[in-house]
Design a protein around this ligand. Structure first.
Ligand code: FAD
Length: 434
């Protein structure tokens, strides 16, 4: 029976190198990133990206023929756990969202010409991209309600609509835009993904939105910002459709599965960093005659976080393993489970660490307050908790039936009657012997 939790020694060496590299080379950038322009940031990243390429760890999410490593989801999960410790790390490894997901879409659904023009430069780090789906007017959690329209005019699509939260939209060279191409088709066949170069006339980026993660959104056009965009009669060639016309949801689904596993593993990286701070704090902070480590509540936080992180890690790796061995659709339930469970585990791990640090945790002198703001969004992007719970419950209930007579299967009086009938001989013999 194959049941193995070990990591191959060569791969473990790569993971060890990554852990050290992220801690020594990336964590220091966090303290100055807000003072840097995008150009300065690009300059700082360039040598780090070269080093990662030299180690053979660049764009590890892609198959070898596209310059990736073909690692599969379990190994990728372990990589993302390390990268998750810093929001700045994925960009040094060529797998920052949304470029990583977009490169997967292009690899999966792109024509040879689309790959040549968009995918290869994206992978080389020469282009940046955005994924433009969510609209302020309709529920992002139900994308069948999308309104942005693309109408065919000869050999062009004409796109009109309003999007927001397109991450990296203001620095992107091209956007993958989810648009309705056939409003009369069945709900999940109405939309298509279309590549829109950012400099196409009619692409109007109105702002980068201030968020809980970046409340003081002073700097337009910076990595990690979320753009609000109007598409006003934007004309692109019909050849810019990705995959089949009407396949937008199908492609989105294939992109989101692995993406959610990577998110969950990155969240464990955040949780671990917060957890380490919680443990450190408990050892040096004295209150009421002893260190916090001696207080039962703090001990409970440490034990609960350790247990929950372990559970989330195993669930995430299991989902990755199902995906590697049986494919994305077989892993649907596992992915939904870890999406809402992992988001809560991260939230609670950060919250406890912040609480244990008191005013210091709340201050910007520690990264905990930023982690807390980051953690909050995880409960609704890529599918709100409620939708994933609903989906899990539906899948679980699909294989079950109500009892035909309305009596619960476990109803003890009914079962007792059945048991009495079944064992009547013995019961009668016992009674006769009495
Ligand atoms: C940091 C960040 C980055 C993002 N990046 C991108 C990006 O690059 N590209 C992009 O297109 N979008 C992006 N988004 C947007 C994100 O995908 C949406 O916020 C998400 O899909 C939810 O859509 P919504 O905001 O319209 O919320 P809504 O769909 O309006 O949902 C609001 C709330 O309604 C409730 N709800 C919804 N459905 C149900 C249900 N079935 N049962 C019970 N309650 C329900 C939930 O509480 C949910 O949180 C990003 C968002 C964030 C925060």
């Amino acid at each position: 029976m194959a049941w193995d939790f070990s990591t191959e020694p060569e791969f473990q060496q790569q993971l060890d190198w990554m852990r050290e590299f992220v801690r020594e080379e990336i964590w220091p950038l966090e303290t100055i990133v807000d003072d840097l322009s995008q150009e300065q940031l690009d300059r700082l990243y360039a040598p780090l990206q070269e080093e990662v390429k030299g180690r053979g760890l660049w764009a590890a999410h892609l198959p070898p023929e596209l310059g990736g490593q073909g690692f599969g989801q379990v190994k990728l999960g372990l990589i993302h756990e390390i990268l998750g410790s810093s929001a700045l790390a994925p960009n040094a490894f060529g797998n920052a969202a949304p470029d990583s997901g977009n490169s997967e879409i292009l690899a999966m659904a792109g024509t040879p010409e689309q790959k040549e023009r968009w995918l290869h430069p994206l992978l080389a780090g020469d282009l940046k991209s955005a994924f433009s789906m969510t609209e302020p007017e309709v529920a992002g959690s139900d994308p069948t309600t999308l309104r942005t329209r693309a109408v065919r005019d000869g050999d062009e699509w004409v796109i009109t609509g309003h999007k927001w939260f397109s991450t990296n939209g203001s620095i992107a060279d091209f956007l993958i835009v989810m648009v309705v191409t056939d409003p009369d088709a069945r709900p999940h066949q109405r939309a298509s993904m279309i590549i829109v170069p950012a400099d196409t006339p009619g692409v109007r980026i109105v702002r980068d939105i201030g968020t809980m993660e970046h409340p003081a959104q002073g700097s337009f056009g910076k990595l990690g910002n979320h753009a609000e965009i109007y598409y006003e009669d934007v004309r692109v060639p019909t050849a810019n459709v990705l995959g089949e016309e009407g396949a937008g949801f199908l492609i989105a689904q294939q992109r989101l599965g692995p993406g959610r596993i990577h998110h969950c593993m990155r969240w464990l990286g955040v949780s671990r960093r917060a957890f380490d701070m919680l443990c450190e704090r408990s050892l040096y902070r004295e209150a009421r005659g002893g260190p916090l480590a001696d207080k039962q509540t703090v001990q409970n936080w440490i034990a609960d976080s350790a247990a929950e992180m372990q559970a989330a890690r195993l669930m995430t790796l299991h989902a990755a393993w199902v995906m590697d061995t049986q494919g994305a659709s077989a892993a649907r339930q596992e992915i939904s489970l870890i999406k809402f469970f992992g988001a809560k585990v991260m939230h609670d791990a950060v919250d406890r660490a912040l609480q244990a640090h008191g005013a210091l945790g709340y201050s910007t002198d520690l990264p905990l307050e930023a982690m807390y703001r980051y953690a909050r969004a995880a409960r609704f992007y890529d599918g709100p908790d409620e939708v994933h719970r609903e989906s899990v419950a539906r899948q679980i209930l699909r294989g079950r039936q109500a009892p035909p007579d309305g009596v619960p299967t476990e109803h003890i009086p009914t079962r007792r009657e059945d048991a009495r009938r079944r064992f009547a001989d013995i019961l009668e013999a016992v009674t006769a012997n009495d």
